[in-house]
Design a protein around this ligand. Structure first.
Ligand SMILES: Nc1nc2c(c(=O)[nH]1)N[C@@H](CN(C=O)c1ccc(C(=O)N[C@@H](CCC(=O)O)C(=O)O)cc1)CN2
Ligand SMILES: NCC(=O)N[C@@H]1O[C@H](COP(=O)([O-])[O-])[C@@H](O)[C@H]1O
Length: 215
C-alpha cells in the first residue's frame, strides 16, 4: 500500500506538525507529508517543514477580497498535491462549505477542548473562567459546522487551581502531540477501508472510537 499522502495546514508554531513529522520519521505512521501550507508567512511551522525537507506554500488571506476567493485558491493548491488526508494543525481560518465538501471525510482538525464544549477560540481561558476541573483536546473530522464534526479521539487533562491559560495550554499540548499522530496513523491504516466503505462520507457510519484518557 502506498504511503498516505498528507497535506498539513498551519498558521503558527507547528508543534503538532512536528509531532506528525517525527512519528513519520520513526516509521510509526506510514505516511508522507506532501506539503505544508500556511496562511501566515511568519509561521514557525514553515521552518519546521523546511528543516524536514517538506515543500511549503504560503497563502495569505490578506491577499484576497473574500473568504470564498481565498478558499478557491487554497482548494486548488491542496488538490494539486492529491492528498489522501488534509490535516489542520493550528490552522486558524474558518473554511467555507465548498472547500469542506471537497475534502469531507478526509480532513481532520485538532481542537483544544473536550468537544462539544467550547467550540471556537480562547478555549483554555473559557475553561478556567468556568472553573472546570477537567479540560482537554479533541481530534475531529472537519465539517461545515465550526468544530462540530464527528470526534475521532479525545484526551483530557486536569485544570489545576493556579492554572493560567498558558499553563493549561502547555498541559493540553502534551496530549495533542500524543493523540494527533495516533489519529493520523489510524486514518492512514484505515484509508482504503474508509474510501471503500465511506465513499460518500456518512458521519453516522464512522467507526466508534473510544476516548484516550491518560491515567
Ligand atoms: N468549516 C470549518 N472550518 C474550520 C474548522 C471546522 O471545524 N469547520 N476548524 C477550525 C479550527 N478552529 C478550531 O479548532 C478554529 C480556527 C479559526 C477560528 C476563527 O475564528 N478564525 C477567524 C480568524 C482568527 C484569527 O485569524 O486569529 C476567522 O477565520 O475569521 C475558529 C476556530 C479551522 N477551520
Ligand atoms: N481552533 C484551533 C486551535 O486553537 N488549535 C490549536 O492551535 C494550537 C496549534 O499549536 P501548534 O501550531 O504548535 O501545532 C494547538 O493547541 C491546537 O489545538
Amino acid at each position: 500500500m502506498t504511503p498516505c499522502r498528507l497535506v498539513v495546514l498551519i498558521s503558527g508554531s507547528g508543534s503538532n506538525l512536528q509531532a506528525i513529522i517525527d512519528a513519520c520519521a520513526r516509521g510509526e505512521i506510514k505516511a508522507e507529508i506532501a506539503a505544508v501550507i500556511s496562511n501566515k508567512a511568519d509561521a514557525y511551522g514553515l521552518e519546521r517543514a523546511k528543516n524536514a525537507g517538506i515543500q511549503t506554500r504560503v497563502l495569505s488571506h490578506k491577499d484576497f477580497d473574500s473568504r470564498e476567493a481565498y478558499d478557491a485558491e487554497l482548494m486548488d493548491i491542496i488538490d494539486n498535491f492529491e492528498p489522501n488526508l488534509v490535516v489542520l494543525a493550528g490552522f486558524m481560518r474558518i473554511l467555507t462549505p465548498s472547500l469542506v465538501q471537497k475534502f469531507k471525510g478526509k480532513m481532520l482538525n485538532i481542537h483544544p477542548s473536550l468537544l462539544p464544549k467550547y467550540q471556537g477560540l480562547n478555549t483554555h481561558q473559557r475553561a478556567i473562567d468556568a472553573k472546570d476541573d477537567v479540560h482537554g483536546v479533541s481530534v475531529h473530522f472537519v465539517t461545515e459546522e465550526l468544530d462540530g464534526g464527528p470526534v475521532v479521539l479525545q484526551a483530557k487533562v486536569p485544570v489545576l487551581e493556579n492554572d493560567t491559560a498558558e499553563t493549561l495550554a502547555q498541559r493540553v499540548h502534551q496530549q495533542e502531540h500524543i493523540i494527533y499522530p495516533l489519529v493520523v496513523k489510524w486514518f492512514s491504516e484505515q484509508r482504503l477501508k474508509m474510501e471503500a466503505d465511506y465513499a460518500v462520507f456518512d458521519e453516522k457510519k464512522l467507526p466508534a472510537h473510544g476516548a484516550h484518557y491518560p491515567e
